[in-house]
Design a protein around this ligand. Structure first.
Ligand code: DGP
Ligand code: NA
Ligand code: NA
Length: 213
């Protein structure tokens, strides 16, 4: 029998929030923290714009192509499904994954469109049984702060009114693995809380579960 120890599985950590909430900065800071601890870690983001589905999503977000809201919802979910096995393999091999957006974004952005054909239940369905994160770090932006920030790029969804609806739909998805962080705090203050939550999660990893949690 082998004397090699199976490494403990990696943690699956997701950042969520509206556009320009500071996720990218926090993801990068967290990666530095994990590297400093000598942990194996990778930074991922959804949508992954490099795959075939991701290229179509990118064209849709850049308003180069039109698609029905239902089609694009399923395309974003497909983009996550494409990574399912790799994600599981990485975690099993002991690599912690820091993921910028996940199924909660899919549900928030699509249900925020308020279409009769796209109920919350309908929006949730395609991501069911994907791996569930161990921790969701939700960067909460106040409506006032969101308006004051402004300066959205020209991509689809990037209007203050729509982002406010997205925030409401994120609120409705809060669950036991969510931690809300005040995105109006300084990046270093937010990072201090992120570190504490991630370190706690790393030492209390539970059995793996699947969406919905
Ligand atoms: P990002 O690359 O993180 O800026 O995300 C691109 C945009 O797409 C952003 O406005 C959020 C939105 N988005 C992310 N995931 C999904 C999803 O699954 N469904 C929909 N409809 N929009 C999403
Ligand atoms: Na964007
Ligand atoms: Na963004």
């Amino acid at each position: 029998s082998s004397t090699e120890q199976t490494p403990p599985r990696g943690a699956f950590i997701v950042f969520e929030g509206v556009d320009r909430c500071g996720k990218t900065t926090q993801c990068n800071k967290l990666m530095e923290h994990l590297k400093a601890k000598d942990l194996s870690a990778e930074l991922w983001r959804f949508p992954d714009r490099s795959t075939e589905s991701g290229k179509r999503i990118n064209a849709y977000l850049a308003k180069e192509v039109e698609m029905s809201d239902e089609e694009v919802h399923l395309l974003f979910a497909q983009n996550r499904w494409e990574k399912r096995q790799t994600l599981l393999d990485k975690l099993a091999a002991g690599t912690t994954l820091v993921v910028d957006r996940y199924a909660y974004s899919g549900i928030a952005y699509s249900s925020a469109k308020g279409k009769d054909t796209m109920s919350l239940e309908w929006c949730k369905a395609p991501d069911q049984t994907l791996p569930a994160p161990d921790l969701v770090l939700y960067l909460e932006v106040s409506a006032e702060a969101a308006k004051a920030r402004g300066g959205f790029g020209g991509e689809r969804y990037e209007t203050a009114d729509f982002q406010e609806k997205v925030a409401e739909m994120f609120e409705q998805q809060k669950n036991a693995v969510w931690v809300s962080l005040d995105a109006d705090d300084s990046p270093d203050e937010v990072h201090d809380r992120v570190k504490a939550e991630v370190d706690r999660t790393l030492t209390t990893l539970k059995d793996f579960t699947w969406l919905p949690v």
